[in-house]
Design a protein around this ligand. Structure first.
Ligand code: KIV
Ligand code: NA
Length: 274
């Protein structure tokens, strides 16, 4: 593939090869994943991962726009989706459209993502009818942490029917895909079988139509805590700290900078690196 898929292509991938996605917040990270991901999410997790906020509630439109612009500069082949931050869409469909249009117009995002099922269905339909492709996000919705009472598994036992209703509602409203976060694997499989839009799992099931992880989690860069659903494919945080410790040691011993990193008073004659 030479160009980025569109939301309609993501929708058409239902039931096929699993969709691959990660979050990204900066240009270099976006470049690293551009060849490997179908879509990249500029998640509001940026608030916790890069800004040290205690939850995603303090993330603003300005933060999302700044990071989405940076990510867009690093993508050519993967589609970019941007999260609508807390407070930017819940009031009514008009507020949601105003902010979704701003996110798309200012960043070049192909779609937005918002949290909520049945209660956000009207808003999703309103956006889709006006040219805004919507990825829904149900199950554990971190922007509702204060009403959910913690980052708990959602949809267990007698909660399953409500989550299934959420999935059906966002699909009927026209969402082109739905993120299922922290739900029992059996329920994720059932939702995947029953709705016609791709399910994107995070703490869900390998049977979903795609998977997403927070990139700093899977690279081992974000280590404040590790949800069970995170698999660390690298330990870059540890490697980074070891590198910084080595640098500090060399500076204190005056072994850095060494000859290869300093400049002579005269210009070297051949293959100058000055
Ligand atoms: O903000 C985020 O990173 C997300 C993904 C975990 C789905 O919403
Ligand atoms: Na998010």
């Amino acid at each position: 593939r030479k160009t980025a898929p569109m939301p309609t292509d993501i929708l058409a991938a239902k039931g096929g090869t699993p969709l691959v996605s990660l979050t990204a917040y900066t240009t270099p990270m976006a470049r690293m994943m551009d060849d490997h991901c179908d879509f990249v999410l500029v998640g509001d997790s940026v608030g916790m991962v890069l800004h040290g906020l205690p939850s995603t509630l303090g993330v603003t439109m300005e933060m999302m726009i700044l990071h989405a612009k940076a990510v867009a500069r690093g993508l050519q082949k993967a589609m970019m989706v941007v999260d609508m931050p807390f407070g930017s869409y819940e009031e009514n469909p008009a507020q949601a459209f105003r902010n979704a249009a701003r996110l798309m117009a200012e960043t070049g995002a192909a779609a937005v993502k918002l949290e909520g099922g049945v209660h956000m269905a009207d808003t999703i339909a309103f956006l889709v009818a006006r040219g805004v492709p919507v990825m829904a996000h149900i199950g554990l919705t971190p922007q509702s942490i204060n009403t959910l009472g913690g980052y708990k598994v959602q949809g267990r036992a007698d909660q399953a029917a409500a989550l299934l209703s959420d999935a059906r509602a966002v699909a009927d409203a026209g969402a082109f895909s739905v993120v299922l976060e922290k739900v029992p694997a059996s329920l994720a499989d059932r939702i995947t079988a029953e709705v016609a839009i791709p399910t994107i799992g995070i703490g869900a099931s390998a049977g979903c139509d795609g998977q997403i992880l927070v990139v700093d989690d899977m690279l081992g860069l974000f280590t404040a805590f590790k949800p069970k659903f995170v698999k660390r494919y690298a330990t870059l945080g540890e490697q980074g700290e070891a590198a910084i410790a080595a640098y500090a040691d060399e500076v204190r011993k005056r072994s850095f900078p060494s000859e290869e990193h300093v400049f002579a008073d005269t210009v070297p004659s051949k293959r100058s690196k000055t």
